[in-house]
Design a protein around this ligand. Structure first.
Ligand SMILES: NC(=O)C1=CN([C@@H]2O[C@H](COP(=O)(O)OP(=O)(O)OC[C@H]3O[C@@H](n4cnc5c(N)ncnc54)[C@H](OP(=O)(O)O)[C@@H]3O)[C@@H](O)[C@H]2O)C=CC1
Ligand SMILES: O=C(O)C(=O)[C@@H](O)[C@H](O)C(=O)CO
Length: 289
C-alpha cells in the first residue's frame, strides 16, 4: 500500500515528510524493525527516534530491511539531556550514527532545553556545516528558549518538536514558529495513549461524519495546521490507518470545533519544570522510569 504523504520544506530547503513513524517506548528490537518495515510499506518515509529510546540500532536495521534506499528515508534522532558540552555532543552524535549504521542523519534535535543547551547547539551547527546532518532543530523549546539560543547561534532551528494534540494545542509555540520559519512538529499527536482525546465526543462525531477513525480526524487536524506529525504504533493496521488521511479534509468550521477542545491536557513532561530538566540530566535512557 502506498500513501501520498506530502513533504514540508524546512527553512534550509530540506524536505521532511509530513507524517513519520514514532518509536518511543518500543523496546523489543524486532518490533521496532517490523514497525519500520510496515511503515515503509504503508508509504512512510520518515522515522523519529532518539538516543534516549535505546532503539537506534533497531531503527537502522529496519531501514536496511525496508527495501527502500537510505537516501529516500528521513531519519531523526535527538541528543539527550545528560550530554553536556561541545565535545560530548559530537561524541554522542557519532555514537548515535554508529548505532544506526548511517553516515549521516537527516535531522538532529536537542531533546529538552536542559541547562547549557547553547553548547549542544554549537556542536550541532558544526556537524551541520560539515554535512553530517541535513537539518538541525530543537524539541520542547518554549519561545523564550529559542530566543535565548539565537543570542549565540549562527544557524536558526529548523524544527521545534513539542507535545501537541487537541487537548494541548500549543498555539503560542505554533504562532512563534510560524513567524520565525520554524516547522512545528507534534509529539504524542494522538495523546500518547495517556489521554482521552481519541474518545472526545466532538472527535468521535467528526469520525462518524467522515467515515474515518478518531485518530485519522486528529492527524488530519494536525496536518491541516501545517504540522509534521510522528504517530507511534506497533500495529500494521494502525500504521497504515495513520497515513491514510489525504482523501478527505476538515472544513474551517470543523477545525474551529477542534480548536475549542484546547485545555492544558499535557501527557508528558513540561519544559517549564526546572526540577524535571535538572533531574533528567541524570538519566541516560528511557528505562530510568
Ligand atoms: N521529543 C520528545 O520529547 C518526545 C518525542 N516523542 C516522539 O513522538 C512519537 C509519538 O508520540 P507517542 O507518545 O509515542 O504517542 P502517540 O500520540 O503517537 O500515540 C501512540 C499511542 O496511540 C496508539 N495508537 C496509535 N495509532 C492509533 C490509532 N490509529 N488508533 C488508536 N490508537 C492508536 C498507540 O498504541 P499501539 O502502538 O498499540 O498502536 C500508542 O499507545 C514518539 O513515538 C516519539 O517518536 C514522544 C514523546 C516525547
Ligand atoms: O515526558 C515524559 O514524561 C516522557 O516520558 C517523554 O516525554 C520523555 O521525557 C521524552 O522526552 C521522550 O522523547
Amino acid at each position: 500500500m502506498s500513501s501520498n504523504i506530502p513533504n514540508i520544506t524546512l527553512s534550509n530547503g530540506v524536505e521532511i515528510p509530513q507524517i513519520g513513524l514514532g518509536v518511543f517506548r518500543v523496546n523489543d528490537p524486532q518490533v521496532v524493525v517490523d514497525s519500520v518495515v510496515d511503515a515503509v510499506k504503508a508509504g512512510y518515509r520518515h522515522i523519529d527516534t532518539a538516543s534516549f529510546y535505546g532503539n537506534e540500532a533497531a531503527v537502522g536495521d529496519g531501514v536496511r530491511q525496508s527495501g527502500v534506499p537510505r537516501q529516500d528515508l528521513f531519519v531523526t534522532s535527538k541528543v539527550w539531556n545528560n550530554i553536556r558540552g561541545y565535545q560530548e555532543t559530537i561524541d554522542q552524535f557519532n555514537r548515535s550514527l554508529s548505532l544506526l549504521g548511517f553516515d549521516y542523519l537527516d535531522l538532529y534535535l536537542i531533546h529538552w532545553p536542559a541547562a547549557g543547551y547553547e553548547e549542544n547547539w554549537r556542536a550541532m551547527e558544526d556537524l551541520y556545516h560539515a554535512g553530517k546532518i541535513r537539518a538541525i532543530g530543537v524539541s520542547n523549546f518554549e519561545p523564550r528558549h529559542i530566543e535565548h539560543l539565537m543570542a549565540s547561534a549562527t544557524v536558526s532551528p529548523m524544527i521545534n518538536q513539542v507535545e501537541t494534540h487537541p487537548y494541548l494545542q500549543q498555539n503560542e509555540v505554533h504562532e512563534y514558529c510560524e513567524i520565525n520559519h520554524i516547522v512545528h512538529e507534534a509529539w504524542s499527536p494522538l495523546g500518547g495513549g495517556k489521554s482521552d482525546v481519541l474518545s472526545d465526543p466532538a472527535i468521535v462525531d467528526l469520525a462518524a461524519k467522515h467515515h474515518k477513525s478518531a485518530a485519522q480526524i486528529v492527524l488530519r487536524w494536525h496536518v491541516q495546521r501545517g504540522e509534521v506529525v510522528i504517530p507511534k504504533s506497533v500495529h500494521q493496521q494502525r500504521i497504515e490507518e495513520n497515513a491514510d488521511i489525504f482523501d478527505f479534509s476538515l472544513t474551517p468550521e470543523e477545525m474551529r470545533t477542534i480548536a475549542t477542545l484546547d485545555r492544558n491536557g499535557r501527557v508528558g513532561s513540561d519544559p517549564n519544570d526546572e526540577a524535571f530538566l535538572k533531574r533528567s540530566t541524570t538519566y541516560d535512557n528511557q528505562n530510568h522510569k
